[in-house]
Design a protein around this ligand. Sequence first.
Ligand SMILES: [Zn+2]
Length: 99
Amino acid sequence: MDLFPSPWFHLGGDEYFGLAWKECPGCQKLAQAAREAGEDNAELQTMFSKCLGDHDKYLLYRRLMRRVCAFVVSKGRQPVLWDDLSWQGNYPAGVVVNQ
Ligand SMILES: [Zn+2]
């Protein structure tokens, strides 16, 4: 965190493929938990239909980004995400969505 003194912290995270997550039993368990928690709803599936690949990766990606955002916020910074990766994110307050 000391390397980047700005109040904003861009997390990048675009152009990922999630291929390893699909092969990992632990990640598939997390994706199943997200589905059971109701995170895989009709609106999200409509959004997934425009994206490439298996949509489990989006459930896992969103989970990961929530955790990273919470970490950045805990360090007193404002996370910034690309808008195309912020689907129904329920991200912590203060997250900036960048286009
Ligand atoms: Zn895994």
